[in-house]
Design a protein around this ligand. Structure first.
Ligand SMILES: [Zn+2]
Length: 368
């Protein structure tokens, strides 16, 4: 295994290359392009380490499948912290349903956190500062067969859309093939989460400025809706939010309203315990699905949640839309064209699911 320090001298670099995974796979770092839509600068030594770590994760994902992982699919992630410690994790599935499944990247983050805490416990000086610098994601698919990049799923994105352990410098890497060429795709985590910095508001105002995204106009025409319908839907969500008496455990309140077919369904968050709750979007969507069955067409979603708060430089966006639920209903009943109405400070944003969660983050979606 290569570490940062070991590539400082040329002779050691050459020895490492000889024993490297790149060498094993007949790859040369000079012929392995890094591509990105973001502005990312990486030196040769750094790119070498990243490819090694991607290959290591690829082998780990393969082993996971060979060892009999229940889903028959293998993913693994190599995580690097800002203080240059690497940890690896693979998808963990102990039954076939999602409650007992954890993806490779979350598994790696947990491994990394536990190892960092263990290091800290041996030398507890200063503040424990755990931040993720890189996520190197790979699957068990043979390198020759790889086409699309691997992107975090919406469950993982809902983890990553937080500020404590990730920041705007966190980078995500994956192999990809573009027009026959095998490349490494580099992305800034922040570009996966375009509205990460937007602060939600808990005040409803019909006279607030409305901002329309590029694609929202097309969706209004497609679904035969008007901006006033969007505003009314947000008001329905607000009413549920305002009257919600079921969040006395977490004290984190959210409500959602949807237009499905031609009816409005709204729901508020219901707490079971401090961490476990009924998610209002999924609840509202379920009621529509029960009524309209396969004909269910979710045209618009409005979210209304708590005010964003800050503490010691960390932002808590407790009232933000659930990426996890959006990802789920986008698979069926809603589409990327579905309107999404969000209540921020000073303005209301009318966008679409596809713009909020860009297509490239759908699993298996090819980047255009
Ligand atoms: Zn995931």
């Amino acid at each position: 295994m290569t570490t940062t320090n070991s590539i400082n001298s040329n002779s050691q670099f050459e020895t490492n290359i000889e024993n490297s995974l790149l060498n094993k796979y007949g790859m040369n770092i000079l012929n392995t392009p890094f591509v990105s839509d973001d502005d990312i600068q990486l030196g040769l030594g750094e790119r070498y380490i990243i490819v090694e770590k991607l290959l290591e994760a690829h082998e780990f994902a393969k082993i996971n499948v060979l060892a009999g992982n229940i889903t028959g699919r293998g993913f693994a992630t190599n995580v690097c912290t800002v203080d240059r410690a690497w940890s690896m994790g693979t998808n963990f599935n102990n039954t076939r349903n999602d409650i007992s499944s954890i993806c490779g990247e979350r598994s790696a983050i947990l491994a990394s956190y536990n190892e960092a805490l263990l290091r800290y416990s041996r030398r507890p000086r200063g503040k424990f500062d755990f931040k993720i610098k890189y996520l190197c994601m790979a699957s068990n698919i043979d390198l020759e067969e790889i086409t699309e990049m691997i992107a975090p799923c919406e469950d993982c994105l809902s983890w990553l859309n937080t500020n404590r352990y990730f920041n705007f410098n966190t980078l995500v890497f994956s192999f990809e093939r573009i027009k026959g060429e095998f490349v490494v795709r580099a992305s800034r985590l922040a570009s996966f989460l375009p509205y990460k910095t937007y602060a939600t508001s808990n005040e409803f105002d019909f006279n607030k400025e409305i901002r329309f995204s590029k694609n929202s106009q097309v969706s209004f025409v497609k679904f035969k809706l008007e901006p006033k319908d969007a505003l009314n839907l947000l008001f329905e969500a607000y009413k549920k939010y305002d009257k919600n008496e079921f969040v006395g455990v977490s004290n984190q309140n959210i409500a959602a309203a949807i237009i499905s077919n031609d009816e409005i369904y709204s729901s508020c968050k219901i707490d079971w315990t401090k961490r476990w709750h009924v998610e209002p979007l999924e609840e509202a969507a379920s009621r529509a699905i029960e009524k309209f069955g396969k004909e269910t067409q979710i045209k618009a979603i409005a979210y209304f949640g708590d005010e964003a708060s800050a503490n010691n430089g960390e932002i808590y966006n407790d009232g933000v839309v659930s990426i996890k639920s959006l990802g789920r209903i986008r698979q069926k009943y809603a589409t990327n064209d579905t309107l999404l109405i969000l209540n921020f400070h000073n303005y209301i944003l009318i966008t679409t699911i596809g713009e909020y969660l860009p297509k490239k983050f759908e699993q298996g979606y090819k980047i255009s």
